[in-house]
Design a protein around this ligand. Structure first.
Ligand code: ACO
Length: 325
């Protein structure tokens, strides 16, 4: 029996021009390239220029995805923008992206699930597309975490970077098997009891300030691998697939040690894991579409490949998605 699937038509990304290396950070705070590389796998990150906002990065990534997909901006009737670093408290950054792309129809909204935002956005758009509410969607992850970092806190500021990535999804009829193109399954979870382990200490309703990111790194690490592998097992169970069926594992890029431990626990060999955390740092909701775009651009990800995505972040929130490119 045929079913509707959300098929990826194209992807794109944008990274700000300024690259900050670990050595440069070590000149400003008490850290070292060796410590950062050993604990995180990060060598450098991109930082947005003064006056360059999340919406600006998102518009560039979205335009690149539209170009890659070969579709006009005007054909998009849904924009889901995942971000924890919006330009303003309101309106949603997605409507600025909509206007920036010259789109005047359909709907655009922001989605807030921090580092899991892109997976949550993908799952949300997938539900709208499969339900018939919209035909063609842009799902964007865009962040300027540099704006919410405490640059004197060496335990957090070395970990993050800025950037944006996007995919174009289209509702298409498919035969209804795991050989279908498109999103085959997605699984989302949250548990607010973990709020204090990773949060921003400000906000419009509480402090009337933007605040800074605070994290108990060890606590996050402790939970990350179990949560990630749990929700991936759900994806395997829902589709009757296993780790050996995966062509590419494209995880949220928080930390190379978390990625390695998750892949190892699942039995996914390192040569199937897409890594960009070394060059991008943790770009939160942007990290998965940035990694996808990198692996498509260098020819690794090809049509028909089975792609496994996962993310975990503040809240905690976590989720997985399995899709055929
Ligand atoms: N440079 C040098 N030394 C540092 C730095 C730094 N940048 N940061 C911390 N240290 C020191 C600490 O002060 C501590 O010193 P002490 O022993 O004298 O007290 C020592 O290094 C060890 O600190 P730990 O916090 O125990 O180091 P750990 O091995 O846990 O590594 C890290 C810290 C990298 C943050 C790790 O806990 C981690 O990766 N956690 C996961 C968090 C994460 O990735 N969050 C991203 C957001 S959530 C997400 O996207 C999934």
């Amino acid at each position: 029996m045929s079913v509707m699937r959300s098929v990826v038509l194209g992807c794109g990304s944008y990274l700000p021009g300024q690259v900050v290396t670990n050595a440069e950070l070590a000149r400003r705070i008490d850290t070292s390239d060796e410590w950062i590389v050993q604990r995180t796998g990060i060598h450098e990150r991109h930082i947005a220029a003064e006056g360059e906002f999340t919406s600006h990065l998102a518009i560039k990534a979205a335009q690149a995805a539209l170009d890659h997909a070969g579709v006009e901006a005007g054909s998009i009737d849904l924009i889901v923008l995942a971000t924890a670093t919006p330009d303003n408290t309101f309106p949603a950054t997605s409507v600025m992206v909509q206007a920036g792309l010259g789109i005047t129809g359909g709907a655009a909204f922001d989605l807030h699930a921090v580092c899991s935002g892109f997976v949550f956005g993908l799952a949300s758009a997938d539900n709208f597309l499969r339900g018939g509410a919209f035909k063609r969607a842009l799902v964007i992850g865009a962040e300027t975490f540099s704006r919410i970092l405490d640059w004197n806190d060496r335990t957090t500021c070395v970990l993050f970077g800025d950037g944006a990535g996007a995919v174009v999804l289209e509702a298409q009829e498919q035969p209804g098997t795991t050989a279908d193109r498109g999103i085959l399954t997605s699984h989302l979870r949250s548990d607010g009891r973990h709020k204090s382990k990773l949060y921003v200490d400000g906000g419009p309703s509480s402090t009337q300030t933007v605040g800074h990111l605070r994290m108990e790194g060890r606590e996050v690490f402790k939970h990350a691998v179990a949560m990630i592998t749990d929700v991936i097992e759900d994806a395997f169970a829902a589709t009757g697939t296993s780790a050996s069926d995966i062509t590419w594992f494209v995880p949220h890029q928080a930390n190379k040690r978390i990625i390695d431990a998750s892949a190892n626990k699942l039995g996914i060999p390192p040569e199937k894991v897409v890594i960009t955390v070394d060059r991008h740092g943790n770009t939160s909701a942007a990290s998965i579409p940035l990694a996808l775009t990198a692996a498509v651009a260098d020819g690794r990800i090809k049509r028909g490949d089975l792609i496994l995505l996962e993310a975990m972040g503040g809240g905690f929130t976590w989720g997985s998605a399995l899709l055929r490119w």
